[in-house]
Design a protein around this ligand. Structure first.
Ligand SMILES: Nc1ncnc2c1ncn2[C@@H]1O[C@H](COP(=O)(O)OP(=O)(O)O)[C@@H](O)[C@H]1O
Ligand SMILES: [Mg+2]
Length: 270
């Protein structure tokens, strides 16, 4: 546990009293305060007091930029809470995903608001994808570095990543077609590109693919949108090819999605 993640209960209590946030659930508070930094703990307590989160049960994933927790909301509904780290340099590198996106032109890189922006961007991207019926976790609320969404899985267990499941041969082709359709609809209806699409960011739930990790998704007017699109397409083709699906050529799929042939320049760096 590093310095910023450590703080004592008294200090926390004082802060809570000050902002007139109260919780009767001492036990929950203990867990929260031992896991999260102070700012984040306060935020979670406030979401608990609003009734949006009832209980945080366990950590699902600890990543470079964010941790994901399983939680319960109203009526025992299972939730996923993605908490972006406020102490990381990754965000500076991630700046290129925000360039050229008119939705986010007011923000400065490297600041807290920049990290909050990252969570907000994931929230908005989830909304946009849900609205065109792409299977993603439904977003519920975003506050600063905390994003609450539907939990994909059941009985506290997250659905497996596509890379870890063994799919019956007949089903594989269908899942590939579905992913092709999602890439195509993202592009044509959503006017966006996921930009980190692979078997590592697709969950397999009820025999269907669910796309996650959409904070870096960009709109088509982003300067690297077509490079990202070609990379997404290559990743999907590589994965489905490796499990025995008769996939399209990368160039063919690119043309199928966009209606034109890829510029050789966007294939650089793959
Ligand atoms: N809505 C969700 N429901 C269930 N599990 C999730 C959900 N969102 C993320 N996860 C789990 O957390 C892991 C990390 O989430 P992800 O958004 O990919 O963050 P990152 O890759 O940046 O750490 C995923 O691989 C998945 O196992
Ligand atoms: Mg991921």
């Amino acid at each position: 546990m590093n310095k910023t993640e450590k703080y004592d209960v008294r200090h926390l209590d004082a802060k809570i009293d000050k902002s007139r946030i109260r919780t009767k659930d001492e036990k929950a508070l203990q867990v929260i305060e031992s896991v999260f930094d102070e700012q984040t703990a306060l935020l979670i307590v406030s979401l608990m007091n609003k009734g949006i989160i009832k209980e945080i049960s366990h950590v699902v994933s600890t990543g470079k930029e964010a941790n994901v927790y399983h939680a319960y909301g109203e009526n025992g509904k299972e939730l996923a809470i993605k908490i972006y780290r406020t102490t990381t340099n990754i965000f500076k590198q991630n700046w290129r995903y925000l360039e050229g996106d008119p939705r986010f032109k007011r923000y400065k890189k490297g600041t807290y608001s920049f990290i909050y922006l990252w969570a907000k961007k994931e929230f908005k991207n989830l909304q946009r994808m849900s609205s065109i019926k792409i299977a993603v976790p439904s977003p519920i609320i975003v506050r600063k570095n905390v994003l609450v969404m539907d939990f994909i899985g059941k009985k506290r267990e997250a659905a497996p990543l596509l890379k870890d499941v063994k799919i019956r041969s007949k089903r594989k082709g269908k899942i590939y077609s579905k992913m092709v359709d999602y890439i195509s609809r993202l592009y044509n209806e959503g006017k966006m590109v996921h930009a980190d699409l692979s078997e590592y960011n697709i969950l397999y739930y009820n025999k269907e693919p669910v796309i996650i990790d959409v904070s870096q998704a960009v709109l088509l007017d982003h300067p690297n949108a077509y490079f990202f699109l070609y990379r997404d397409i290559s990743n999907i083709n590589r994965f489905f090819g490796s499990i025995g699906v008769d996939v399209l050529e990368n160039d063919e799929l690119f043309e199928h999605v966009t209606g034109f042939k890829p510029d050789p320049k966007i294939k650089i760096e793959l």
